[in-house]
Design a binder for this molecule. Structure first.
Ligand SMILES: O=C(O)CCC(=O)C(=O)O
Length: 391
């Protein structure tokens, strides 16, 4: 955060209002509304902030808008740091609301919310959640939300955090200038439930390879049964088997979460030339080198089935995905054009990779691989992707 201090502990469970820093004016939006115009544009071509004379709104018919972090380097820097810190995607939205008006009705979001007031003042009302730790966005009617638990006005430089599910509404008081704030949000679909869904299918798949019971056919007409009691008993026995197996598991197979995160996040913040992220530099690693992992916060290591083989013969491979070559334009876009960047190795390389990940520096000859050639090839591949440095 500009002027930066460690700002907030994520462990905070109650809304925090902290007037802890004055960032001056980060006025990165240019107001250029004209009479009769329903929208304003921010920065050069970003059109994700619109208002009518009485409200802030995002027209549903607009194509997906470009992220504010594309236009403001400071936001790129803040969001990228927070993505490293949380290990979860961090988005941002900018809201401009004219004096004497309110944009959104009372609602809650499926994300942790950090708000920085940039220009003007905004009057906030926060309410106890009707759905704690909500998993989706929802509007709440005035008669369901009761009285505000917190009410205050944010001024430029003020910072506010509230947890997922907190019902909130905000308005710009009359007689003042318009208000501009940026909302930075994270932890969407990042709960234990999501993680279970992500990992459990791989565990079932692996178990079924070894355990005949998992491969036995389900009883005839099971899908037509109305009463689930007997099936539930049987299923809980399977879940116990899975739990026992999980206790001793060192590698969890993540179906999508790790890869989605690394593919859709921001690249490391860097001004000017991005060569250090795409062109390997410094001496080539050799058997007598000592190497160090770099950009660790931007890589994930995961074990998964070899996508080149059929289900039956599938061997497991180690995949290393990184975000060094990600583009700011596609941050959180999650579309088919988003590419994943990385490497894959046979499972026999996992221990050596864990050594590299676990040590601040490691001599190549100490890597737990059978041959010197394998050791050299491993570090050379990582070096080619700019993931290691020779010390
Ligand atoms: O300014 C508004 O109308 C609402 C803003 C909001 O919901 C947010 O920043 O999360």
């Amino acid at each position: 955060i500009p002027g930066g201090r460690e700002c907030i502990s994520f462990a905070l469970l109650t809304p925090l209002l902290a007037r802890f820093m004055k960032v001056g004016r980060m006025s990165f939006l240019s107001l250029n509304s004209a009479p009769g115009q329903t929208g304003i544009t921010c920065s050069s071509s970003c059109s994700d902030i619109f208002f009518t004379s009485s409200s802030t709104h995002i027209p549903p018919s607009l194509p997906p808008s470009l992220p504010p972090s594309l236009f403001k380097d400071e936001l790129w820097r803040i969001q990228e740091k927070l993505e490293c810190y949380f290990g979860s995607l961090v988005g941002s939205n900018v809201y401009i609301t004219p004096a004497g008006s309110q944009g959104l009705p009372p609602h809650y979001d499926d994300v942790e919310v950090f708000i920085l007031q940039l220009e003007g003042e905004k009057h906030w009302r926060l309410y106890h959640p009707t759905v704690p730790l909500a998993r989706e966005y929802s509007v709440e009617s005035e008669d369901r939300i009761g009285r505000p638990a917190h009410e205050f006005t944010l001024k430029p430089g003020d910072f506010l955090y509230f947890p997922r599910g907190t019902i909130h509404q905000a308005d710009t008081p009359p007689g003042l200038a318009h208000s501009t704030h940026v909302t930075i949000s994270t932890y969407q679909n990042n709960s234990w439930g999501d993680f279970l869904l992500d990992t459990i299918s791989g565990l079932v798949f692996d178990t079924a390879k070894e355990d005949l019971e998992f491969r036995a056919g389900i009883p005839r007409q099971l899908l037509l049964q109305v009463d689930a009691t007997a099936v539930a008993t049987r299923l809980s026995a399977f879940l116990r088997t899975l739990a026992d197996r999980l206790e001793g598991t060192k590698e969890l197979l993540s179906a999508d979460m790790k890869k989605d995160f690394v593919m859709n996040r921001l690249p490391p913040y860097c001004m000017g030339d991005r060569a250090e992220l795409s062109v390997p530099g410094g001496p080539l690693p050799r058997l007598d080198s000592t190497v160090r992992l770099q950009f660790k916060d931007h890589t994930v290591l995961t074990v998964g089935p070899d996508q080149d083989q059929s289900d039956e013969t599938q061997e497991k491979m180690v995949y290393i995905y990184h975000s060094l070559k990600n583009r700011r334009e596609t941050h959180m876009m999650g579309n088919e054009d988003t590419e994943s960047h990385g490497l894959r190795f046979p499972l026999s390389h996992l221990d050596a990779l864990k050594q590299i990940w676990g040590h601040s520096a490691i001599p190549v000859k100490d890597l737990r691989l059978t041959t010197n050639e394998e050791k050299e090839n491993l570090v050379l591949s990582l070096w080619t992707e700019c993931l290691i440095q020779v010390l």
